[in-house]
Design a protein around this ligand. Structure first.
Ligand SMILES: *Cc1c(COP(=O)(O)O)cnc(C)c1O
Length: 369
């Protein structure tokens, strides 16, 4: 039995995706150029982004794509407003700090979605802001931010929006028809069920083509875009096997019914786990309406010295189940991710295993010392 990964990516991959990794392709061959072009089209199909956008893959994990997007495409002179309600928002702010990109940070409660009215107020009192940078689904605690409302607000004010949609791309709708939407970052190893190693940025052609000085060499998205437009090649060594596997994974995703089918699968998993854990008195930290079936944070019914996310994850490994060992909230809690090639049996095994660990601890606590 293989370990079932209840983490927010990389998740379990299918046998076919792992078989697709088993290849050798010369990087500067017509085969690689054709594969890259096909992959870019497949991603555009998943995004339903239309002709105004171009898909620019970039080597590395998802953070590389976010860093490439912000350093290459944010307006040069006018500041951007980074909306932060969790660790991935903090990461965007850190990128702006490191590169000294002009920015403001608006932090809000990590237990709630970003409030568009508060953002509107902030923009009202800072007329110099030219862009918003935000996380679509905050994968830390598991909070879905109101992308459509924030795009509408940005459109009213004529500012650009840069979105990290790493854990929502392919699962939840993104309004590519909004004129405010400038670029979206995603990755190979979350909802698309590929292997880790390629980041994706889907950005407007006209923004990619705006002349500007480079801030980075390898993460320069404009140079990467020019390479693909010129001769279809990657500037630096591409992860060929990962690209072949991602193309296979997206083919399967589309054949299986795309976004609708994947969302239904994740929803079924999440409902089973939420209902199953409730039987043991384990409940989600935030209302279900704030989240999405990507990752859910559950409150542990004990003090952290009795059972923490770290010790729970160690116990679950004996059952061949992996969860993240870390806790992101101040509350003693753990997180369950629902992405990847998981079976209903895996989901049932998870509920049973957590139930056994928790029941055993309750029995120990009830025994007189
Ligand atoms: C997974 C994820 C990332 C990227 O993380 P990596 O470790 O670089 O793959 C970025 N933003 C969000 C919201 C994520 O969920």
């Amino acid at each position: 039995m293989k370990t079932a990964l209840f983490t927010p990516g990389p998740g379990n991959t299918s046998d076919d995706v792992r078989a697709a990794l088993n290849c050798d392709i010369g990087t500067r061959t017509p085969q690689m150029t054709a594969l890259t072009q096909h992959l870019r089209q497949q991603i555009a199909e998943v995004a339903e982004c239309g002709e105004d956008f171009s898909v620019v893959p970039i080597q590395g994990s998802g953070t590389f794509a976010v860093e490439a997007m912000l350093t290459s495409l944010l307006p040069m002179q006018a500041p951007c407003l980074v909306l932060v309600n969790g660790p991935y928002g903090e990461r965007m702010a850190e990128i702006c700090q490191i590169y000294a990109l002009p920015h403001y940070i608006l932090r809000s409660d990590p237990l709630r979605p970003i409030n568009a009215a508060e953002v509107a107020d902030y923009l009202g009192s800072h007329p110099d802001i030219a862009a918003l940078a935000l996380i679509h689904f905050e994968t830390g605690i598991g909070i879905l931010n109101p992308l459509a409302a924030l795009l509408a607000l940005a459109q009213q004010r004529g500012i650009r929006v840069f979105v990290d949609s790493m854990s929502a791309f392919g699962l939840l709708p993104i309004e590519f028809t909004s004129p405010a939407l400038s670029a979206v970052a995603a990755s190979s190893n979350k909802v698309l069920h590929g292997a880790p190693g390629v980041g994706l940025v889907i950005a407007r052609h006209d923004i990619l083509a705006e002349p500007r000085p480079a801030r980075t060499l390898s993460l320069n998205l404009q140079a990467q875009y020019c390479g693909f437009q010129r001769d279809g090649m990657w500037r630096f060594t591409p992860p060929v096997q990962v690209i072949a596997a991602l193309s296979r994974a997206i083919g399967d995703y589309l054949r299986e019914g795309g976004q609708t089918a994947r969302l239904q699968r994740y929803q079924r998993r999440a409902s089973r786990v939420i209902a199953g854990l409730a039987e043991f008195g384990i409940r989600p930290l935030v209302p279900e309406s704030y989240g999405a079936p990507v990752i859910v944070t559950f409150v542990l019914p004990f003090a952290a010295d009795v059972l923490s996310a770290g010790t729970l994850s160690e116990r679950l490994l004996a059952y061949q189940l992996a969860i993240y060992p870390s806790q992101v909230s101040e509350v003693n809690s753990f997180r369950i991710g629902f992405i990847g090639e998981l079976t209903e049996n895996d989901v049932d095994r998870l509920v049973v295993a957590i139930g056994e660990v928790v029941s055993e601890i309750r029995e120990q606590l009830e025994q007189p010392a």
